[in-house]
Design a protein around this ligand. Structure first.
Ligand code: ADP
Ligand code: MG
Ligand code: MG
Length: 279
């Protein structure tokens, strides 16, 4: 699904990612943990195509499988027709996308979803309006018809219910006055509506109390734990991983993956700290 090879990236001319490699298969949940300032958010921004994050070396191949049905995902033929050159044509398989060559909106249309550490507030735009426009922009890029108001509301209600979010919050301006936990739940509602193939979630657990943590964890499982989807969870703490059990855990330090293992690695980190485990 995602193959990151020898990724180097700079922010404001400062090298942050320094040879990061990682492969994620469909059906897998990976967690990246790491100390503050290791480059975790930088990785998610680079994968999302945020301006100001410059890739200086390496490649990222995104190979989304076509999704089977579902209102959000559209028809079975929802695979994007983005015929992009691959860095090494000899290894190109059908459906492989050179992620770094795509604009952010093309990445989203191809099935990439990014959840941010700090979700933005958008005063003056209602949540429903924002979610509907996001979905319909994505459908348009895939050559699908926009969803009608009625169908959209039905979908939004279903996903809001999944995240135990009050419908009133869907009518309010995006994230304005939302608590940290409400912003995160709102983001998961958006993920449910967009129905991505690969979700990269940056510190989705920050600012969540125990109940919200469980709700968000259950939401991630319900939306993303599928054979044709994958998740990259970026987190400081082990606790989210009690609810969303990763298949693999990686430690990011100094701009590279320095250690990989199973779920037990997260417990080891929690107990002993990064310095000791990585040493
Ligand atoms: P993490 O998410 O792992 O805590 P970040 O990816 O946010 O780390 O940051 C990695 C490093 O990049 C930090 O040293 C941070 O100060 C630096 N950095 C991030 N954004 C910028 C920026 N816009 N300008 C300069 N340095 C930045
Ligand atoms: Mg941080
Ligand atoms: Mg961060």
């Amino acid at each position: 699904m995602l193959k990151i090879e020898n990724l180097h990236a700079t922010v404001a001319d400062k090298p942050i990612l320094k040879g990061l490699s990682l492969a994620i298969n469909a059906g897998e949940i990976h967690a990246i943990m790491g100390p503050n300032g290791a480059g975790k958010s930088t990785l998610s921004y680079v994968l999302g195509g945020r301006p100001g994050y410059e890739v200086t070396e390496g490649s990222v191949t995104f190979s989304p499988l076509p999704l089977a049905g579902g209102v959000g995902g559209g028809s079975v033929s929802a695979a994007p027709n983005l015929d992009m050159p691959s860095p090494d044509p000899s290894r190109k398989r059908e459906g492989d996308l050179d992620l770094l060559a795509l604009d952010p909106h093309e990445r989203a249309a191809a099935g990439l979803f990014l959840g941010f550490q700090y979700p933005v507030e958008i005063p003056g735009v209602s949540n429903v309006q924002f979610l509907r426009e996001s979905l319909n922009a994505q459908r348009k890029a895939r050559g699908q018809e926009p969803l009608s108001g009625g169908d959209f509301l039905k979908l939004a209600r279903e996903k809001a219910g999944l995240l135990k979010m009050d419908m009133d919050m869907l009518k309010r301006p995006v994230n304005v006055g939302f608590s940290g936990g409400e912003k995160k739940r709102n983001e998961m509602v958006q993920m449910g509506i967009l129905d991505p193939r690969l979700a990269i979630l940056d510190e989705t657990d920050s600012g969540l109390d125990i109940d919200a943590l469980r709700t968000v964890g259950d939401g991630i499982n319900a939306i993303m734990r599928k054979p044709d989807k994958a998740v990259l969870l970026i987190t400081h703490y082990q606790r989210l991983l009690d609810y969303v059990q990763p298949d693999f855990v990686h430690v990011l330090a100094g701009g590279r993956i320095v250690k990989s293992g199973g779920p037990e690695l997260a417990h080891e980190l929690e107990e002993h700290g990064y310095a000791e485990v990585v040493a």
